[in-house]
Design a protein around this ligand. Sequence first.
Ligand code: GDP
Ligand code: GDP
Length: 437
Amino acid sequence: MKPVITLVGRPNVGKSTLFNRLTRSRDALVADLPGLTRDRHYGEGRAGSRPYLVVDTGGFEPVAKEGILYEMARQTRQAVEESDVIIFLVDGRLGLAPQDAAIASYLRKTGRPVFLVVNKAEGMRYGAVAAEFYELGLGDPRAISSAHGDGVTELIEEALEKAYAGRPEEDEDAAARGTKIAIVGRPNVGKSTLVNTLLGEERVIAFDMPGTTRDSIYIDFERKGRPYTLIDTAGIRKRGKVFEAIEKFSVIKTLQAVSDANVVILLLDARQDISEQDAHIAGFIVEQGRALVVGVNKWDGLDEHVRERAKADLARKLRFLGFAKNFFVSATEKTGIGPLMRAVDEAYAAAMAKLPTPKLTRALIEAVEHQQPRRKGPVRPKLRYAHQGGQNPPIIIVHGNALDAITDSYKRYLEGRFRETFGLVGTPLRIEFRSGD
Ligand code: GDP
Ligand code: GDP
């Protein structure tokens, strides 16, 4: 699981500026999907070979309440407590604020590793900018400029040193026997019920795997002869005959599970409107490039009018998930589960597909013959060949000239052609352009 770095600090210290800098490299990869809800509060970054997740708790704060600690919403505290490293930002231009002291004392109590970081320090002498922050009792302040980038690389490298310390060497698939599935969704949509439905009748191969702690987050099971590994998002534990969630909803665990999974089942509740939280989770799944199947749960016993409303809500609010299939299921009545799991298999196959260069290039050339990219001024982009640059999600790298001039709509056209040629359903597909020569 990727470590989580959480940004904390009072408003305006520069959390979102730092967040953007830490996740920027990823932005270029994100498909420009109409209707996609970009959440600017959690994202992924990478330093060398080390990936990490970043959470900006600024987004969790309620708007108008009194007292910063009171304001620190439950979600913020939970995020802090579940993170590997906290970056606590203060403002080097405004200096020490009373709220900083309150946050510092809270952070000290949590016992989490904290990096005290003085932001906006560009052009200032370290001694002058750092001095007053020693009294926060969080060790030597580090000085950075989020806006200009000074000191950010060093900060993140140190933070990752801490976050990765004591972790077993990344052996991503060591614990997984089959397709890694994460079932995510808001509280009460029916995640643990679905887990029980999936696991109940099936053989749980290694819930307590040898060599892993009791906290193991991987649950292996088999269904119709196929191996799967369920990534636990809610602290699902076996209690007697059933599995139940022992923890409340956790943003961090959801993010980690999504980013660790091959296929995500996004579970919605047919009896509730799709919320912003649903859309944010969906957005994160797309950003992470995970294969996805949408399950609309609690479909049992609903009258036609409620069903139509649920379908319309889905089409409107999650239309950017056009690549994923929707299933209307009931975890309690065990209906729709077979098709849902077949779609998981199909999405996995698409996500892991091998796309040979000759076939990709042929598909590209045929697409261009059928519809040329538009000129931009005097230049017409020239697309020459394509090869696969990655899996889960599949990345297709298109080579040619003047590819900067390719429009989003032409990119979507190409995506459609590639999907059709290779039968890619249930996975995001990324297309990158490389102009050469
Ligand atoms: P947040 O509320 O903590 O997320 O803060 P923002 O990232 O929105 O930044 C608040 C303001 O501080 C914005 O006007 C930023 O442009 C500015 N800011 C952020 N980082 C720096 C920095 O390193 N130097 C300077 N001078 N300004 C910065
Ligand atoms: P979680 O918080 O997402 O893990 O949700 P739970 O699995 O704990 O389910 C929350 C509530 O919804 C429980 O009372 C379940 O019995 C109920 N529930 C779950 N699935 C279904 C379903 O398919 N149909 C109906 N009618 N209720 C369901």
